[in-house]
Ligand binder design. Sequence first.
Ligand code: HEC
Ligand code: HEC
Length: 200
Amino acid sequence: MNKFLAGAAVVVLAAIAGSAIAQQDPASLTQGVCSACHGPEGHSISPVFPNLAGQQPAYITLQLYAFRDHQRGDPNAQAYMWGMASQLSDDTIKGLAAYYAAQKPAPGQPGSPVLMAEGEKIYTKGIPTQGVPACATCHGAQALGDKAFPRLAGQHVDYLAAQLEGFKSGTRSNAPIMLAVARTLTPEQMKAVATYAASR
Ligand code: HEC
Ligand code: HEC
């Protein structure tokens, strides 16, 4: 994370510690709190912070529950989202999910032709010799997601690759399906499939 972002995050965390976010409605939270990291309308500039615009509302809801219940516990989730989610009621979470789902998703950007070609193969066909299923089966042909299956299209490549690493190493351990999917992926394969999925 660069200095500016680190600074912004500290300011936000200090502000949150001082003023209860529990009392704020979803609309003012998205603008006054979440936007500091996830960007205006859910378009973030750093790959540490996932884009939320156009994400599946059911998936957002489940993740906020998982942060609140300390189920999604990779280091960045603990550092940034546990405290944040601890003050959110079920109704506020529903409102936040509806807000971000309604925002225009970030457009996908193609990566290098080599990564795109390898990534497309993995995404659409899986890697049978390694027991990796096709991602398209659950995330959709265009990576738009559906309900609890997250949208990957338009997401930061480095964020997606980091999550695959987290599933494999077990730091993001509350998603048995993805633990099985990522088990045998190499870092190069993660980068390739993340590049292709994000480009949709
Ligand atoms: C201080 C920075 C910061 C703030 C403020 C913040 N987040 Fe996050 N958020 C993060 C980081 C970092 C992650 C990724 C965690 C990880 O890598 O596991 C994240 C992840 C998420 C995710 C999961 C997305 C995905 O694709 O899995 C959701 C949903 C989310 N945040 C919603 C919110 C909402 C809603 C707010 C405002 C109430 C908010 N965040 C405020 C830093 C922040
Ligand atoms: C059988 C269904 C299924 C298959 C196949 C599958 N996924 Fe997933 N994936 C999921 C589910 C469900 C989640 C949400 C996990 C959670 O709730 O934490 C997920 C989450 C993810 C995430 C985290 C997204 C975020 O915003 O944090 C990434 C990245 C991902 N999958 C990539 C892949 C890739 C790449 C493949 C193919 C190699 C793949 N998935 C195959 C079901 C699947």
